[in-house]
Design a protein around this ligand. Structure first.
Ligand SMILES: NC(=O)CC[C@H](N)C(=O)O
Length: 498
């Protein structure tokens, strides 16, 4: 048998976050001084990778290899199935096409691939200290279990201790974990060394009583509750063009919320041109991340889009960022949302009479009317850190906003416009970045907050960015997992304890 120790991550379903957990473990073990390699006996994916020696493998193990700091190698994924129809796949073994096969035919022959799987695994195990094995889907697919070569079947072949991860984000995590454990045979259950609750958002204290009950019912320890980590790492099923090699990442990250009725998004084009500003449009809380600035753009229907923000989970995510001091800028409809209330007494904005609570980040109240204000405006920003910036722009809105706090700017005729509170800014002015002065002051302020010098800030090389993201991932997972128990499950002590 091979020399390397191993640990296997199985999940209660596909998408439970196994790939990312494996990438995190690869990184952690590598950081701890172990030569580490990923392994998944069989991948089903269309998004494949070609190794240096011209062989084809699944991308998840490529990312995991990068996390481990080693060259991706086809031994890390000896079988790749590329589905070509609902019932058939191209079968790739050791990086080369074996043929096209209907699912039933593959199911019958897959056992004959065990020698290939073991040869790849054992050869890899000669070269490294730890192999991090990823399962596929769920080990409790009882219709497929008989000739399994990718979950418990593989765990038996290579004598792997198993961690079982459930996805709390999709709900029913206790049932997922308990149900999976219950559907396993006693010898399979005995392989499980611990349970992991993955993708958790919220207060762990509220979860705790459930964890104790789960441990009691499964007789297995919960080895960690891993938070929903906001890392920018390519995952198995998504094409992440941003992360292609050779590209660079701009040092300042601006997230513009992609409201369903977004209007006047040309406001932000000058930002997209700026060499230090990376501008992205965000549609859900998962991809919001931790930007340096959040922008709420204008919208044709402020009321409905505020409700969308609420339903999409972006509202709490945004409020959390704002509470941590992330600057937020609202323009027109976005500005209206930032206030205390939005009243649509005649339904002119949303089609029915209603009053909504706003995001509560600015001391403003907006009432929608039937009359549209249309005006070109010249103004000067008065609020720090933008004070003195000349602004030209235009207003188009039916909402009227009462402001109780400091204005954002002063118009040519001395009328105050917009509102500022702490790091939250709101204005009706479309085109506000067109003179360039506001953009420069914004860049300077964001750089200062991030501790980078605007004139020397270089684009971060993609590779450096990728490594930084792997470190963030490892840090989050290491904090969440009982690493001593993990090392013990592998029969290893942590290097620093030796
Ligand atoms: N351009 C906009 O963002 C318009 C905001 C809002 N729909 C209003 O008319 O008041």
């Amino acid at each position: 048998m091979s020399k390397a120790s191993c640990i296997m991550v199985q999940g209660t379903m596909s998408g439970a976050g196994k790939s990312l957990l494996c990438a995190a473990l690869c990184r952690i073990f590598a950081q701890d001084g172990y030569r580490t390699a990923p392994f998944k006996s069989q991948n089903m994916a269309l998004n494949s990778f070609v190794t240096r020696d011209g062989l084809e493998m699944g991308r998840a193990q490529v990312v995991q290899a990068q996390a481990a700091g080693i060259e991706p190698d086809v031994r890390m994924n000896p079988i790749l199935l590329k589905p070509s129809s609902d019932v058939g796949s191209q079968v790739i073994v050791n990086g080369e096409v074996r043929g096209q096969m209907p699912a039933a035919a593959y199911f019958k022959m897959k056992k004959s691939l065990i020698p290939d799987i073991l040869a790849a695994y054992n050869s890899l195990a000669e070269a490294v200290d730890i192999i991090v094995i990823e399962g596929a889907g769920s080990p409790a697919e009882i219709n497929l279990k008989a000739d399994d070569i990718v979950n418990m079947g593989l765990a038996k072949l290579v004598d792997a201790p198993v961690l079982l991860a459930g996805d709390i984000d999709r709900g029913g995590v206790f049932a997922q974990l308990y149900g999976t454990v219950e559907l396993l045979e006693p010898d399979e259950r005995a392989r499980i060394k611990g349970l992991i609750i993955n993708k958790f958002r919220g207060d762990v204290e509220i979860l705790r009583p459930g964890l104790a009950m789960l441990e009691e019912k499964t007789h297995l320890p919960v080895l960690g509750v891993v938070p929903y980590l906001k890392v920018d790492i390519e995952d198995e099923d998504s094409l992440s063009e941003r992360l292609e090699t050779g590209k660079t990442v701009k040092p300042l990250d601006i997230a513009i919320l992609r409201l369903p009725h977004i209007s006047n998004f040309t406001d932000f084009m000058p930002l997209e041109q700026h060499p230090l500003l990376g501008v992205r449009y965000v549609q859900n809380a998962h991809t919001l991340g931790t930007p340096d600035l959040v922008i709420l753009p204008g919208t044709k229907n402020t009321v409905d889009d505020l409700l969308w923000l609420r339903q999409s989970g972006l509202e709490p995510a945004l409020l959390k960022l704002a509470a941590r001091g992330t600057p937020v800028l609202g323009v027109c409809g976005g500005y209206q949302m930032l206030g205390q209330t939005l009243a649509d007494p005649d339904g002119t904005e949303s089609g029915r009479a209603q009053t909504l609570r706003g995001l509560g980040l600015l001391p403003t109240r907006t009432t929608f009317t039937a009359r549209k204000r249309r005006a070109q405006v010249t103004a000067e920003a008065t609020a720090a850190p933008f004070a003195g910036a000349a602004l030209t722009g235009y207003e188009i809105h039916t909402g009227r906003t009462e402001v109780e706090g400091l204005p954002f700017c002063t118009q040519e005729d001395g009328t105050p416009e917009g509102c500022v509170q702490d790091r939250v800014f709101g204005t009706y002015l479309h085109g506000l970045f067109d003179t360039g002065e506001l953009t420069e002051k914004l860049v300077a302020a964001l750089c200062a907050r991030k501790g980078i010098a605007p004139d020397t800030a270089a684009l971060m090389p993609m590779e450096q960015y990728r490594q930084q993201q792997f470190d963030l991932l490892a840090e989050g997972v290491r904090k969440a997992l009982d690493m001593d128990a993990l090392y013990a499950a592998m029969g290893l002590a942590r290097k620093e304890q030796l």
